[in-house]
Design a protein around this ligand. Structure first.
Ligand code: TPP
Ligand code: MG
Length: 281
């Protein structure tokens, strides 16, 4: 496949992931819509192009690690994993049920392929830096991708880990920040402004890339570039639109942790289809 064909395919996959997210949340009557929809393009690119993982052998030692730190967006993680073949698609509708392997925040000993339990924000970045340090020390060949969020960077623990990774020049570590400018109760800029975020990361010794995180071409180029940098850790600051693809959810922090009702879900799927068709023209 040429990269143009790959990008077309990845766009189709992210559209499918978004539809799955809507179905899961509607069925569960709970869950986090905005971040899950906003990050679907990046999940599509990671799971279907860049991650060296094998659903048939989820514990292979040299597999790439995907550490989801902002665990509340796990609907898009589960949708990606099932599409990749880690578990059957029907299981997606057990999301948030008692005894389900698909809890409202990921649980790593329940579901093979989930690398870390998450939910308490900030911890996943520390965990991921440790995982990447392990590769640096042992010479394992895996890469560590950590996904985090802008609201999460208000947690001080994040910055301890970011400082350590920069100081140790940890290679093979790629942190992708969902910079969607919302969090649980409002706009990140108004709650605790992070900017200039790129300069903060640079001053902590990181290689910084900044992209439109809903533009598959930019995602593809940035991740391709990130895996070639071995002199320091890399952060990709992904400017995303929360709720991307569903017109009435876009940009609204009110959709941070809210599921659509049955009637809203129907409108949401229609909106996704309309936007996907327009994008394809
Ligand atoms: C340590 C910790 N404090 C508070 C929370 C509650 N909480 C859950 S999500 C969230 C907002 C996080 O912001 P962000 O990830 O940017 O939200 P999104 O963009 O997905 O809406 C908060 C404060 C938590 N999960 N962990
Ligand atoms: Mg956010």
């Amino acid at each position: 496949m040429t990269s143009v064909e790959e990008i077309t395919k990845l766009k189709e996959i992210s559209f499918e992931l978004r539809k799955s997210v809507i179905k899961m949340l509607t069925h569960a009557k709970s869950g986090h819509a905005a971040g899950s929809l906003g990050m679907a393009d990046i999940f599509a690119a990671l799971y279907f192009k860049f991650l060296n993982i094998n659903p048939k052998n989820p514990y292979e030692l040299n597999r790439d690690r995907l550490i989801l730190s902002n665990g509340h967006i796990c609907p898009v993680l589960y949708a990606s994993m099932s599409k990749k073949g880690f578990f059957p698609e029907e299981e997606l509708l057990t999301f948030r049920q008692i005894d389900s392997r698909l809890q409202g925040h990921p649980h790593n000993t329940s579901l093979p392929g989930v690398e870390n339990s998450s939910g308490p924000l900030g911890q996943g970045i520390s965990f991921g830096v440790g995982v990447a340090m392990n590769a640096q020390i042992t010479n394992y060949k895996y890469k560590t991708f950590i996904l985090g969020s802008d609201g999460e960077l208000n947690e001080g623990q994040s910055w301890e880990a970011i400082m350590l990774a920069g100081a140790r020049k940890i290679p093979g570590l790629i942190l992708i920040i969902d910079k969607n400018n919302i969090q649980i109760s409002g706009k990140t800029q108004e709650i605790l402004d992070l900017d200039p975020l790129n300069e903060k990361f640079e001053s902590f010794g990181w290689y910084v890339l900044e992209i439109d995180g809903n533009n598959m071409e930019e995602i593809y180029l940035a991740i391709s570039k990130s895996v070639t940098i071995i002199s320091k850790p890399v952060v990709i600051i992904a400017n995303t639109i929360p709720g991307f693809g569903v017109d009435f959810m876009e940009y609204k922090f009110e959709w941070h942790g809210k599921p659509p009702s049955e009637s809203e879900a129907k409108l949401a799927i229609e909106s996704l289809e309309k936007n996907y068709k327009n994008e394809k023209k």
